[in-house]
Ligand binder design. Sequence first.
Ligand code: BGP
Length: 479
Amino acid sequence: MTIKGFPNNFLWGGATAANQLEGGWNLGGKGPSIADMFTGGNKDRARRITPELEADTFYPNHEAVDFYHHYKEDIRLFAEMGFKAYRFSIAWSRIFPTGEETEPNREGLEFYHNVLDELEKYGIEPIVTMSHYENPFQLTKTYGGWDNRKLIDIFMPYAECILREYQDRVTYWILFNEINLLTQPMGGYFAGGMILEGVENEEERRYQAMHNQLVASAKTVKLGKSISESFQFGCMIAYVGAYALTCKPEDVRAQQRTDQIHNCIAGDVHVRGQYPAFAHRFFAEKNIDINMQPEDEQILQDGVVDYYTFSYYTTNCVAENPEGAKVSGNGSGGLMNPYLKNSDWGWPIDPEGIRWALNNIHDRYQLPTMIVENGLGAVDVVEEDGSINDDYRIAYLGAHIEQMKEAVKDGVNLIGYMPWGCIDLVSASTGEMKKRYGFIYVDKHDDGSGDFGRKKKKSFEWYKKVIASNGELLENEAQ
Ligand code: BGP
């Protein structure tokens, strides 16, 4: 029997999010989202959230990389690379500026029709995230964010509006980006739209927010299926693989627990329609008392997802007594792995880990699976001749694709790969432009300078060949 690599209909593409890409933060009737209230930062200086905009402060998401005015050019470049699919998010506050209008903002809806027109022109399949760290900020002011159950009722008209509006144009929907970041302190702002500094029951409120989003997700799936039978709904998990630091049984158990809490609670509810048993004990031991309504059980069961998506950047190590050097890495922290090198932002680089993650996910859920974020945030240098030789990015992505191929040969039903920030955009964690992921460079910098000019990096031609060969030509061969 021949063991085959990527299937012929594999979805090669790239991923972005409205708040990090579009700019036009107050154009076309858009209201401010929570992302618009974040200042810039860097790996040593955290971003600040300002409840009111401060004069003389730079807010990097306001202009981002101005996809709002460059979308035609950008999508043409995606098409030139051979993209089969493109993951982007709809900015909720472009459609409902404060979240609570009774009528949607037509101009916002038209913007995404225009984006979809371009994608259609090149035969690129849209994969649309409904909520990617961009709650209308007014909801934070009025209700505090997703820990307030009221948000479910406010989200549903938005979900219904976009599902109906784009029902003939979009098949693949992604519900809440990295919903499980709510198990981590940074997830409060990003995933939950909440400002929880100094709040006593901070952890409980994050898990409450996650529950409310899980209920909203399930309701959206049920509603969506009544609008169009062709809709496919996916969850989105920030999958950070955890290894035991040693083979000491207590360390191995600490690893299992971390994996259960961080990677599995939200995924299990999305896929199986109920909380796993270990979650109940975890909540009890932590005194986390989640307000679940009697009807929630049925709602969760009725709205399970059709496919599983996740972001994968890194892994870390876990020990019973976590002493030693810590790493950064997609909200997770954890201990340094002596066998791995870190990126310039301290995220361990672990291509083998993506095969491990894919096998774990497949063993647990047996669902079609899509990697909707992966990549290397790095500093790019524009040479005097204008070239950008990002061999480090080619090496990172090539090694990960190689391991994805192994996972497919292992039997994983992997249906797509959307590397993150296929065009440079604003970093979520640090607010920097300096931390770049793209195949396409954008002339925009952390002091606000730059003319938004687009340039192909070396990885652009490389990825084009990877796609054309359906993942057969990798690292050296494709250069
Ligand atoms: C994920 C987010 C993205 C993205 C990415 C890279 O957590 O879903 O929005 O930004 O991480 O992280 P960063 O931008 O901090 O480098």
